[in-house]
Design a protein around this ligand. Sequence first.
Ligand SMILES: Cc1cc2nc3c(=O)[nH]c(=O)nc-3n(C[C@H](O)[C@H](O)[C@H](O)COP(=O)(O)OP(=O)(O)OC[C@H]3O[C@@H](n4cnc5c(N)ncnc54)[C@H](O)[C@@H]3O)c2cc1C
Length: 450
Amino acid sequence: MKSQKFPIAAVRACAYSDSVSKTHYDIIISGGGMIGSSLACTLGKNTRLSNKRILLLEAGKEKSYSFTGKYSNRVVSLNPATHKLLNDINAWSHIKNSRFAAVKRLQVWDAISDACITFGDENAIEDISYIVENDLLLDAVSKELKNVNNVEVIYNTRAKEYSLPLHNEDKVQITLENGSSITCSLLLGCDGFNSHVRKAMQTQYVTWNYNQMGIVATMELSEEIQNVIAWQRFLPTGPIAFLPLNSKQSSLVWSTVPDEAKKLLQISEAEFVDAINGAMYQTYQHSNIIDTATKIFDNFVRFFNWPVDMSRRYPPKISRIEEGSRAAFPLGFGHAASYISKGVALVGDAAHRIHPLAGQGVNLGFGDIICLNEVLGNAVSCGSVINDLSYLKEYETQRQRYNVPTMLGVDGLYRLYNNDFAPVVLLRSLGLQATHAINPVKDKVIDWAS
Ligand SMILES: Cc1cc2nc3c(=O)[nH]c(=O)nc-3n(C[C@H](O)[C@H](O)[C@H](O)COP(=O)(O)OP(=O)(O)OC[C@H]3O[C@@H](n4cnc5c(N)ncnc54)[C@H](O)[C@@H]3O)c2cc1C
């Protein structure tokens, strides 16, 4: 069967027929965002799962991506592991034929001290990450999904209620908004940070809102450059980042307190451009003690001739923003105590949500996909059922071992930089410089993020 086997018209026509209401799948993926769609494609292409019937259920309409020249304001920075997965499922070929930007260098610096860290080299062959529009990624995966025989896709259909099994051998029952119901052996919840699958599991969920909004926009640079550097400056109100799109444009992710975010959304586009340039260039008052300490550290590094690039560059100036591209999103943290229960597993933002300051949110979800694909393949090759709890447990253990420290690290960074108490600023500045100067530590940071 091909994807789109049940376009909405067909679903509606069959809504009250027994053939649909008794339809059973091996796997149902609820939520066809970047993670759900990529998971469906990955499982569908796993030869060990080729006899499994998979359904992808998405509440929204099928997104079509048109290459109009105008960039979408929603982009993600994809790490090398995510890039490899997209390559393996052939989705990357569609992205490559359209557009993406390779990041070769990353500069992160503090507005209230001289501390700065850089990763990579703009002339290097290796890329640190790839900036891709969310809609393009979804479009590329959807194109590939159409080449997968055992995955069906239904758009415009929301799952209304999940009835989860009490015993291992029971099925999951899903009631759709149109009244029909379907069953499956394994339900994979990819329905985002407000996940109803997670709520049906009744697992504990640790969550808090950062008192911040993430403002995004597509920006035009004042001059054409070799745009391969991603920039992030930690301001007292939150980080501002430029992600390259092409030689003349970059994407903005500016996290700031709600009051400032509200103002930034209301001012004219010209004033907004001034605010962006100001945020990247404005000088903030520094503490003499902290400046002296960071200078001593710099001299120490130079004295020992450590092979470190201590030079700080300045980001490109912005000349205008793409009309109507300004938007804001609430930022929060969330983590499910369990990713699995009988007949169900959570994947992506449904299981974990983090601040975008490290660009890791969707990459954690892609890490889940890689792991779950392997674990389910192993279960089937060993003659187990697809919802075998011991294999699902392996998925949960592996992913929590990676996700929890990463999430706590990102949250810790947020807290460290959301603080202007001098001893904390001193500590973080020296920490940033030490990480920058000691290559093995820096390599570990890169390895962890990729
Ligand atoms: C400002 C900002 C910048 C970011 N930048 C980065 C970055 O640079 N790098 C990075 O890795 N991450 C980044 N992220 C995080 C990233 O966007 C998320 O991690 C990612 O979108 C999560 O994808 P998902 O598919 O898990 O969830 P979602 O994108 O939330 O998708 C969930 C899908 O489920 C569907 N759905 C929901 N309920 C139902 C239902 N009942 N029935 C059927 N379908 C349903 C929805 O329609 C939706 O399509 C950023 C986030 C923000 C806010």
